[in-house]
Every structure is written in C-alpha cells, then in structure tokens.
Design a binder for this molecule. Structure first.
Ligand SMILES: [Mg+2]
Length: 172
C-alpha cells in the first residue's frame, strides 16, 4: 500500500528539535538534510541561529551532514558553504540517485543514514524507498512553486493520516 511508504520513521515539529543524542543512539552516522522549508523558508538565504547551531552540533558530535535539494539555484551552494556542509543539487527527489550520492559523500550505509525533510512525496517517500531513517518536519513556509503547492494540497490530506502511523519517539 502506498501509505506505508509515506510514513516517516519519526516526526519532529522543527529540525532543531531533533535530538542528536537519540540519532547517535540509533546508530546514525550521517544525516541527509532537505533545504527549502526544512532549514530555510523558501527563497530565504540564511537559516535561523537555532538551525545553524543544530547543524554545528551535529558535526561536532561526530556525525556528518549533506544537503540534498531539488533546487539548482546558486544560493543553495552559498548556503551549504556557509554551513560547511556538502550539497547535492538538482536532486529530482524522490528518485534515489541524489540520496545515494549523499551517502557516498558521507561514507554511510542506508541504515546509518537519517533524512530530514518537510515533504512526504519527495523526501520521505524517497528516503523510505532506500531504507533511510526518515524524519518529517513541519514546513517553515507556505510559499512555494505552483506545482509544489498542488502537491502540498494533496500532501495535507495525506499528512494527518500518515502521522497517526509514526511510532512515538522514546526520546521525546
Ligand atoms: Mg523541502
């Protein structure tokens, strides 16, 4: 059933609320991070200090991060450089190549890799298809491309149902 592939491993309201020690305890060594609406609102050029700190703490704790974005824009690279995190652009999520490339960059296996994203049909579906530990977050902003808006409308219908299936985190 399709729904099964859309259920994230975990849910968190915001990326900076994800418990890094819990990720480590789960055996996670690398985290694939979506960009738009996960670490920055659409078209914004800077993540909030809280998000920057979360990424810095992740790296300081010995894990790795890689940004994977469907976006091609130059600001994606600028942002990734600012955060000192590698990036894979033009990802065409949910197709798996960009996630595989990110794992290659980080040197991690699917079981050791978490994925944080705000969209069920790109981030969560793509991550689940590869067996990653997917973590759904609430989108930071509602402003997006018209196509994404359409997907988002469908997504809202599915989202509530999917969240009922997420196992409660023992660390929450
Ligand atoms: Mg996104």
């Amino acid at each position: 059933m399709l729904l099964r592939w859309l259920v994230p491993y975990r849910y968190s309201r915001a990326i900076e609320e994800i418990d890094l020690r819990a990720l480590r305890a789960d055996g996670i060594r690398g985290v694939i991070v979506d960009l738009d609406n996960t670490i920055v609102p659409w078209k914004a050029s800077q993540p909030t200090p809280a998000v920057q700190r979360w990424i810095a703490d992740l790296i300081a704790s010995g894990m790795q991060a890689c940004i994977v974005s469907n976006n091609f824009a130059g600001r994606v690279r600028t942002l990734a450089e600012h955060l000192h995190v590698p990036v894979v652009i033009g990802a065409v999520k949910p197709t798996p190549w960009a996630f595989r490339k990110a794992m290659k960059v980080m040197g991690t296996t699917p079981r050791e890799t978490a994925l944080v994203g705000d969209q069920l049909f790109t981030d969560i579906l793509g991550g689940n298809l590869l067996g990653l530990r997917t973590i759904l977050v609430d989108p930071l902003s509602a402003r997006e491309f018209p196509t994404t808006m359409l997907v988002r409308r469908i997504e809202r219908l599915v989202r509530r149902r999917v969240l009922q299936h997420v196992r409660p985190s023992p660390h929450a």
